[in-house]
Design a protein around this ligand. Structure first.
Ligand SMILES: N[C@@H](CCC(=O)N[C@@H](CS)C(=O)NCC(=O)O)C(=O)O
Length: 233
C-alpha cells in the first residue's frame, strides 16, 4: 500500500496520527512538498482535485478521502479496534467524525477566504471568512457537548478511536499553523487536547517556515463575529 500525503497537512495528518496510534509501519509514505509548487503533476494524475491524502491499495484502488481511508484501514487492520465495538459506539464515533469533518471544512474556508496565506492565490472575502469562523466555533461547541456525554478520557469514551485522530489533526493544525486555540467555553475539549497532544502519535511535524510566517494570527487578521472569543484564546 502507498499513502500520498503532505506531512503536515490537516487531512493527511489524520491518517498519520492514526497509523502511529495503530502501530502500522508497512505502508509506503510519499510526501509532497507544498513549497515546490502545488499541485504536483503526479498528484493531479491521481485526483482532479489535487488533494491529499490518497491511499493506493495493494489491489491498485485509489481512495481519495481521509475518512474513507481510515475506515478502509480499520477493516484491513482490525486490532486494536479504533471505530467502536458496538453499534452504539460506532455510531458515536461516526457522529464525532462528521462534526469534526464539518469543523475542518469551515476552518479551511476561514483560512482560504481570510488568511494572507491564500491572498493572491484566490479571491478573499472577509464576510465569507467570518461566516466560516463562526461556523467553526459552532462545531467546536457541539463537540464539547458530545464529549461531555461520553465518559472519556478519549473523545468517544475509554478507547482511542479515529475521532481522536481526526480531532487532534484539526485542532493541532489550527493552533500550530494559524495560532487559533480552543475557545474558553470548551474546557472538556481543552483537557482532552492537552492529554492527547502529549501522545507520541501527535508529535508535531515541522511546518514550512514561510507559510508559518504569514499564517499565524488568523484571529487578529480576520476575527469571528463574536470578538470576545479571541480574548479568551
Ligand atoms: N475531503 C478530503 C480533503 C482533502 C484536502 O483538502 N487536503 C488538503 C491538504 S490538508 C489539500 O490537499 N489541499 C490542496 C488543495 O486543495 O489544492 C479528505 O478528507 O481527504
Amino acid at each position: 500500500m502507498k499513502l500520498y500525503e503532505l506531512s503536515w497537512g490537516l487531512y493527511p495528518r489524520r491518517v498519520g496520527i492514526y497509523l502511529a496510534e495503530k502501530g502500522i509501519t508497512s505502508i509506503e509514505r510519499v510526501s509532497f512538498d507544498l513549497m515546490a509548487g502545488w499541485p504536483p503533476p503526479e498528484l493531479t494524475q491521481l485526483s482532479p482535485l489535487g488533494t491529499v491524502p490518497i491511499l493506493q491499495t495493494e489491489e491498485g484502488t485509489l481512495i481519495r478521502s481521509s475518512v474513507a481511508i481510515l475506515e478502509y484501514l480499520e477493516e484491513r487492520f482490525p486490532s486494536p479496534n479504533m471505530l467502536g465495538t458496538t453499534p452504539e459506539y460506532r455510531a458515536r464515533t461516526r457522529e464525532f467524525v462528521g462534526v469534526i469533518d464539518e469543523a475542518a471544512m469551515q476552518f479551511g474556508i476561514w483560512c482560504h477566504k481570510g488568511s494572507p496565506a491564500f491572498a493572491g492565490r484566490e479571491p478573499q472575502s472577509s464576510e465569507a471568512a467570518t461566516f466560516a469562523a463562526d461556523a467553526y466555533y459552532g462545531r467546536l461547541r457541539l463537540l464539547e457537548k458530545l464529549a461531555g456525554e461520553t465518559k472519556g478520557p478519549f473523545l468517544t469514551g475509554a478507547d482511542v478511536t479515529i475521532a481522536d485522530c481526526i480531532g487532534m489533526a484539526t485542532l493541532q493544525f489550527a493552533k500550530a499553523l494559524y495560532d487559533v486555540s480552543l475557545p474558553g467555553d470548551c474546557p472538556i475539549l481543552a483537557r482532552w487536547y492537552v492529554m492527547f497532544a502529549a501522545r507520541p502519535s501527535a508529535a508535531l511535524v515541522p511546518y514550512p517556515a514561510p507559510l508559518l510566517a504569514i499564517a499565524q494570527g488568523l484571529t487578529q487578521v480576520c476575527p469571528p463575529s463574536d470578538r470576545s472569543i479571541t480574548e479568551r484564546l
